[in-house]
Design a protein. Structure first.
Length: 202
């Protein structure tokens, strides 16, 4: 009888531990989801040119979208800890700035806010085969930024996405293999227009 009681106690403790573990995992997932949602929210409200937000203004603005201060503080802490944002007082106000990692995570949100420029931006790269993972990752990101392929390893966009390109280059660790060129005119402007504005084709 004593053995049965001890066995039951052990089973109960085990079930309690498992229950607590499941609860902890659910909380972690909840805060991870909340943090990424906040990251998207910040990317939507920051200036496309600076990607910096005033912290107090962000709190006020987020409150209007259903965020309370407690959840907001926790999400900001999580984003800082996972290197998605940095905070500073350089402007005399507490500011939140997106890191390169965050810019890549929210690149499609940011690029929508960037206006079309009169100048074209070209990317040319020759990343060695031994860095195949980096090359594929870089290619996926520049497509999200809005670059279209002109020819082998030459891509173009008509938006000023310099900051996002720099973020992609450093995040993919391909600084040595990429050239970024800004041009008002080129001998392939006709082809570029067709690539960037395919609906205009007759």
């Amino acid at each position: 009888m004593k053995k049965e009681i001890e066995k039951t106690k052990k089973q109960f403790k085990k079930l309690t531990r498992e229950k607590e573990q499941i609860k902890t995992e659910k909380i972690k997932k909840k805060f991870k989801f909340a943090s990424l949602e906040l990251l998207k929210f910040i990317a939507n409200v920051v200036e496309a040119t600076f990607l910096i937000a005033d912290k107090k203004a962000l709190y006020r603005y987020a409150y209007g979208f259903g965020w309370n201060n407690r959840d907001l503080s926790r999400a900001i802490y999580k984003l800082k800890k996972t290197n998605y944002i940095t905070t500073s007082d350089l402007t005399g106000k507490q500011s939140i700035e997106l890191t390169n990692k965050a810019k890549i995570q929210t690149v499609e949100i940011i690029v929508k806010k960037i206006k079309v420029s009169e100048k074209n931006r070209f990317l040319s790269f020759d990343i060695p085969a031994k860095f195949n993972y980096n090359r594929n990752k870089f290619r996926k990101i520049i497509k999200k930024i809005g670059f279209v392929k002109v020819q082998q390893s030459l891509w173009v966009t008509n938006k000023d996405v310099t900051d996002l390109v720099e973020a992609a280059i450093y995040e993919c660790d391909v600084e040595k293999y990429v050239a970024y060129i800004v041009s008002e005119q080129s001998d392939i402007d006709g082809l570029i227009k067709k690539l960037l504005f395919p609906k205009d084709k007759k």
